[in-house]
Design a protein. Structure first.
Length: 380
């Protein structure tokens, strides 16, 4: 990007913090590959968006996309909860993993809250204020709860190392943060810059991570902001993109690319990395929606051919709900679709025989059933 200057280091007596340049300014880039990557990314996002509109009962599948994003983003920050565990009912969670499980559940709550806020009429658009409100939910009652949830930091933080003396990166001094966030907010909504929305989102993510405005949870909020911004702009109608999976898979390159901008004033390589990630993730998400629809048809056919007529209606209603909650007990089933315990038990047995359910625990009581093929689509 021509004449881009990332910022400079400021002496703070015992350490040097990085003071980023403001971003609410015109941008141009010289690398023609960015144009091609931008076109690909927007095409795949358009296909994903169009497909999600056509999928019947798409809301039942959204929870899995959100859980996938939450799990991948949290893994980057060091949690040990995989997708199966994130979907597991709370009473079945290993006590040793409960803290990590709680963090992922907070991430899911954060996404749902923010999406709901964006859908309200008369609400402000995507903004720093929304991210602050979302951050408050993210850290509620979990690791980091004492680090000013929902509040911009008023002290110095750092990344890597054990202290400011051996830190890998030291964000701007807290006295700069408010002004930098105000500039970022203006950049997001400045329609006079003639910068494509996806380029704005890419630059915005870099700038947010560089500012690191909270004492904890910056990475998760920064990645969450990507999906929220896409939904806010109408590029996506639903949060069906789990970009954190790409960042987690390419974690070293992800961090190196962000650092490279600051050290070499080269944001074009970050734009290439980001746009490639968006395109790859959107393409995969669309393909997964296609697989889900095929799997649903397969299950419905199995129900129609392998179950008694009296239970088919209940079974199909349960199947629809299972796409939101694919790991259940018999008690869970009775809460999802009104039916007696014996009926729920009988349907679960039918689902096992039809290979719709996989039973993992091997217990005679309180058995846990998995919609295994469905979960594996997201684990692939």
């Amino acid at each position: 990007m021509s004449k881009f200057h990332a910022g400079k280091h400021i002496d703070q007596n015992e350490y040097k913090s990085f003071s980023p340049s403001k971003v609410n300014v015109p941008f141009e880039w010289s690398d023609k590959r960015i144009d091609l990557l931008l076109a690909d990314a927007m095409r795949y996002l358009g296909e994903l968006n169009a497909y999600s509109k056509l999928v019947p009962d798409v809301e039942y599948f959204i929870k899995m996309h959100i859980a996938k994003e939450a799990t991948s983003s949290s893994i980057i920050e060091g949690t040990n909860t995989n997708l199966d565990e994130a979907l597991t009912p709370v009473l079945e969670v290993d006590p040793e993993k409960r803290n990590d499980w709680d963090e992922v559940q907070n991430y899911i709550k954060s996404i749902n809250f923010a999406i709901e806020e964006l859908s309200k009429s008369g609400r402000p658009p995507f903004s720093v204020r929304l991210l602050k409100d979302t951050h408050k939910i993210l850290l509620d009652g979990v690791r980091g709860f004492s680090k000013l949830p929902g509040e911009i930091r008023i002290s110095q933080n750092w990344i890597g190392g054990h202290s400011l003396k051996d830190a890998v990166y030291i964000p701007p001094h807290y006295t700069e943060v408010s002004e930098l966030l105000s500039d970022l907010d203006k950049f997001w909504h400045n329609r006079d810059l003639n910068v494509p929305d996806l380029i704005k989102i890419a630059i915005g993510h870099y700038q947010f991570e560089t500012i690191h405005p909270f004492l904890d949870g910056n990475g998760r909020i920064g990645r969450l902001a990507i999906v929220l911004h896409l939904v806010s702009l109408g590029i996506l109608q639903k949060p069906t993109l789990y970009i954190s999976e790409f960042f987690e898979k390419n974690r070293t390159n992800y961090y190196d690319s962000l650092s490279h901008v600051r050290s070499n004033h080269d944001i074009e390589q970050w734009l290439r990395f980001f746009l490639n990630g968006i395109a790859e993730t959107a393409k995969k998400a669309r393909e997964n929606l296609e697989k889900i629809i095929d799997l649903r048809k397969k299950y419905e056919s199995l129900i129609e051919s392998g179950m008694g007529i009296k239970r088919q209606k209940l079974a199909k209603e349960l199947l629809k709900k299972l796409f939101s909650n694919p790991i259940v007990t018999i008690n869970d089933i009775t809460g999802m679709v009104p039916m007696t315990f014996p009926t729920a038990n009988a349907i679960a047995k039918d689902f096992e025989n039809l290979k719709i359910f996989t039973e993992k625990t091997g217990r005679k009581k309180d058995r846990v059933f998995y919609l295994r093929e469905y979960i594996d689509i997201f684990n692939s």
